[in-house]
Design a protein around this ligand. Structure first.
Ligand code: 5RP
Length: 215
């Protein structure tokens, strides 16, 4: 599986143009992209990072990490996913970086998602849906999600996000209307962000393999 992740991550370099500030996601697939980016670091102007984890790896490879506010709109964002449906809607947040990932995806003209073949699903929801919550709202949000969806929210043990918040993972969902569910869950007070990337979904999906498949 990590070979498929490597092939997807390296293929995404095709979308990097000279002088770009590149939006960079989080996770083991993105780590391969960052390593490949390190090999062409002199061609790019820097990166905007979605997590402390990615920031550390980017800096270790000599890539300048820029503040999102200073960088402004980005041309390219490259990130992984936990699940990807045929419409390029995603579940993300397995690595707890969903909020910053969502901000960078929204700020970017093109979102290239890099996955291994196991991430492709007909309907989202087998992977528990991560929801980042303000700590004092954890119990309220869990009750609301249960009532609204029938899914079972589980507090992710000892996970604190880079923003100081907590994660609920919602099990047993079958997400037939990803845009509707994302919109609905976003309305619950205390929800910081929902790991459904449907309103702003991927533009391009690269599935790692020999050769990589571009969807
Ligand atoms: C982190 C994410 C990751 O993109 C997602 O969990 C996939 O990770 P990996 O590439 O390690 O399988 O959303 O919050």
């Amino acid at each position: 599986m990590s070979e498929a992740k490597r092939l997807a991550g390296e293929k995404a370099i095709d979308y990097v143009e000279d002088g770009m500030i590149v939006g960079v996601g989080t996770g083991s697939t993105v780590a391969f992209f960052i390593d490949a980016l390190g090999r062409i670091r002199d061609r790019i102007a820097g990166a905007v990072s979605s997590s402390e984890q990615s920031t550390a790896r980017l800096r270790m490879l000599g890539i300048e990490v820029l503040d999102a506010n200073a960088a402004g709109p980005l041309k390219l964002y490259v990130d992984g996913a936990d699940e990807c449906d045929p419409h390029k809607c995603l579940i993300k947040g397995g690595g707890a970086a969903l909020t910053r990932e969502k901000i960078i995806a929204e700020a970017s003209e093109t979102f290239v998602c890099i996955v291994d073949p196991a991430k492709r699903v007909p309907v989202l929801g087998k992977f528990p849906l991560p929801v980042e919550v303000i700590p004092m709202a954890r119990s309220l949000v869990a009750r609301r999600i249960l009532a609204l969806t029938g899914g079972q929210p589980v507090w992710r043990d000892s996970a604190v996000t880079d923003n100081g918040n907590w994660i609920l993972d919602v099990h047993n969902l079958s997400i037939v209307d990803p845009v509707g569910l994302e919109t609905e869950l976003n309305q619950i007070p205390g929800v910081v962000s929902v790991g459904l990337f449907a309103r702003r979904r991927a533009d391009i999906v690269i599935v790692g393999g020999e050769p990589p498949q571009v969807l």
